[in-house]
Design a protein around this ligand. Structure first.
Ligand code: HEM
Length: 343
């Protein structure tokens, strides 16, 4: 069942039913399946856009001549010096999860991922001679921020690095959560910046480097995660013990009152308010506009506000997620605009 009941209302309902205390906080769910997708643009224009992947696989005039290859069980694109390049040419590596926990109520969790991505260039004069890998990442999420730890070959003096220091700091302040029909959550964009210099990547990249360029030097991540819990509302606490009976008129103590009835189970809750970042702002300026979102077949999907590219809406009943092409109609406007919500 879907309901918009808030925890406060649940508490009131529980009190009415059995004089119970506030429901206990939800527990983190155990990850039953997850994968982390790492998407990077492949561009290196000396006078323009530059990414690490673009540098690593560059041909003339730079001639780093490296290749980016997924390490099993990670899957995805192999990028060579001959692969298509450009600021909007993206390649993705997908790291499967082996275990972890995630609490959807506050976005905290630790997820273990398997496989890797290696960047290898032959030694000079055939290339720039590097051997870098990001292997078995561990994703640590704390709401709107997080870290990615990993191990592999890199730019330390020993030539290897490990999880003793984070590789990337992660910024989720622009991330939205989409709930899919199977109950999994897709969370992104998760934007990385260098957390510890000279670990995997060379010292050219200082702490904080990454999102200071467009496209981001190290691309962005998207997490798909499903847990064994998460969506269930908290269970109501057991009812309180009944009050002791009143003292009898003739002096004998009354029998203790019976235990109160158990509190009602919490209703399951679904996140009804979602935030999505549109591929392109349909209107100029940064004013906040009241909007209604329709499918391309004019079915009402959601309503809320639109500010630049950021859409904050409450989903209509039975709608679980927003993605793909939708129509956005500003309240009072005659016509709608078709926009695209990246999945
Ligand atoms: C034959 C050896 C090498 C040559 C000739 C070389 C050449 C260059 C040049 C010319 C640039 C600057 C490009 C620009 O103006 O934007 C550059 C940038 C860079 N090099 Fe090398 N390099 C070599 C080896 C290496 C090695 C071993 C590494 C270690 C991974 C490395 C990592 C980098 C990085 C990270 C950048 C900055 C890329 C960016 O702007 O994002 N280079 N290299």
């Amino acid at each position: 069942m879907t309901s918009t009941t808030t925890p406060r209302l649940l508490a009131i309902a529980a009190l009415a039913a059995g004089a119970a205390a506030l429901p206990a906080a939800a527990q983190a769910g155990t990850v039953t399946s997850a994968h982390l997708d790492w998407t990077q643009a492949n561009v290196y224009d000396l006078a323009g856009s530059k990414t690490w992947l673009g540098y690593a696989t560059s041909k003339a005039p730079l001639n780093a001549l490296g290749t980016a290859t997924p390490i099993a069980p990670a899957t995805g694109d192999t990028v060579t010096p001959d692969s298509p390049k450009g600021a909007s040419v993206f390649y993705t590596t997908s790291f499967p999860s082996t275990s972890g926990s995630y609490d959807a109520t506050d976005g905290t969790g630790t997820i273990e991922l398997d496989g890797g991505l290696s960047f290898v260039a032959p030694p000079p004069p055939d290339g720039h001679g590097f051997d870098i890998s990001i292997e078995q990442p561990q994703l640590v999420l704390d709401g709107l921020s997080g870290e990615l730890y990993a191990s592999g070959k890199g730019s330390t003096d020993s030539g290897t690095y490990d999880r003793s220091a984070p590789l990337f700091d992660l910024d989720l302040s622009d991330a939205s959560v989409t709930i899919k029909a199977d109950g999994s959550r897709v969370i992104g964009p998760i934007v990385p910046s260098i957390a510890t210099a000279k670990t995997a990547f060379p010292n050219n990249y200082a702490v904080g480097a990454g999102p200071d360029r467009s496209p981001n030097t190290f691309g962005s991540f998207s997490l798909t995660v499903k847990t064994n819990g998460g969506d269930q509302g908290p269970k109501g606490d057991a009812g309180a013990t009944g009050a002791t009976g009143a003292t009898g008129a003739t002096g004998a103590a009354g029998a203790p009152g019976a235990a109160g009835a158990n509190g009602k189970d919490g209703a399951s809750t679904t996140i009804r308010t979602v935030q999505a970042v549109l591929a392109k702002a349909p209107y100029k300026g940064s004013a906040s506009r009241k909007v209604t979102v329709y499918s391309t077949k004019n079915k009402k999907l959601a309503s809320g506000t639109l500010k630049g590219r950021v859409l904050k809406v409450t989903l209509a009943s039975k709608v679980t997620s927003l993605s793909g092409k939708v129509k956005v109609k500003v309240t009072g406007a005659k016509s709608s605009k078709t926009v695209s919500i990246p999945s």
